[in-house]
Ligand binder design. Sequence first.
Ligand code: DON
Length: 533
Amino acid sequence: MASAAPAATEAGLEILRAGGNAVDAAVATAIALAVVHPQAGNLGGGGFAVTRMGGKVSTLDFREAAPAAADHDMYLDAKGEPVAEKSLVGPLAAGVPGSPAGLWELHRRYGLLDWAQVVAPASRLAGDGFVVTSRLEKSVAKAAKLLGRFPETAAVWLPGGKPPAAGSVMKIPDLAATLHAYAEKGPKAITGGAVAAAIETVSDRHGGILTAADLEAYRPVWREPIFFDAFGWRVASMPLPSSGGIILGQTTGLLERVEWQQVPRFGAGRARLLVEAWRRAYADRFLLGDPATTRATAADLLDDEWLDSKARELDVPKATPSADVRPWSPPVARESTETTHLSVADGAGNVVSITTTLNGGFGCGLLVPGVGFLLNNEMDDFAAAPGRSNLYGLIQGEANAVGPGKRMLSSMSPAVAWREGETVALGSPGGSTIPTVTAQVLLNVIVDGDDIQAAINRPRIHHQWMPDEIAVEPDALSPETAMELKRRGYRLKDRSRLGEVNAVRVTSDGAVEAAADPRGPGSAGVVQSGAGS
Ligand code: DON
């Protein structure tokens, strides 16, 4: 089992030791992250889960939805120009939280242990206290301006005007009480009654439109997974409203067509083909949005004929300018910085892959007083003004415009891959870079046979159609490869890090491996005695 915070990984391991399955452990970890990793772990946000339980794959969409009072132009000024802060800071930026009902539903369908037992580690962390890590102190310090704008948030996260000190013990009694009620009554303890009323009150006080009725009306949705074959493996990932599964499927589909596995591993040839594949996949992303309103479907974009035609364009001597790459059908023509991914396997070979987020670090910055958790700023994942770029530099289309009840397009790509008794679960944060990060780690495993730790450690690159440049981690490209790419017309831009993958693997002899990304402070652990990992 691997997650972004040691105390949350420990919560999952505790549940596996108690005889819980992968879903019990994943849900316990996700709820613990809402306490110890408030940058991204959440009850006030949403996410996606991909599970493979007893060989059956399911995908749960607990993505936030736009409040009923949302409208197409809500983030524009009188001249029709987007006002960036509006979709990022404060409760007007918040979608209706999906996590409370989503995590409960995941457990309801697949969990073995009692719900209260699964919530208990998180409730203990909030009530008895947890040790503040240096990452948490630094993250709060970095976000102090945002968190300090709301006295409700500052009272908890900036006591005496300062971030909680690394090594100190932090208790969040309001959150402990919320978790206690959640353990007893399930999601209605949050989406109804006093908690929902407190959310409406604080939202209204700071200019938001979220209501208790929105919370009550929210439902997670089991969706048909995106399946594809890649290099001898079967892979499953998230369908719309995530673009992640489609981008992963297009990437591997295009690479198989150009026999990418035959190209030498660490040279310009492979990097070039990856970038040209991503350029085309992200151009198609322009068409995507909530599955109820999108113009292009997964079937259109993963269609053999479409992929064949795109594959013929990949192996060209010079970079294709992104401006020349058009999406699947005529275009008309925006994603943050903290998300978190956890992966769990149990002794029976079941795996769970969950990516969950508030969007930006600490979401919209507003903590619900008396309740203890932060609200998201996921509304910025909509195209506030179709055709303009967002927090992640993504350009998105009308299909992803704001609308009441709509779910905003995501890049989160929790994935599961398997072949002959072997199973891998993986995923990453990183906004628009999530699908390309996930694709590279997956390719390292399924094409090049890396173990999961090596596959995660390798430096990475990223390209997303617009802006037309390759983001490059330190040492991802040798000087010769970088030179060769520049000669062919590619623009390179240094990036200190891309993504933070947490993954698990069940090997064909039933052994379980878990790996956390050295780019972050996450931790991985395995329960000895074969109970899981
Ligand atoms: O759903 C999405 O694609 C974004 N809201 C994810 C945000 C994210 O990954 C921030 N993490 N580093």
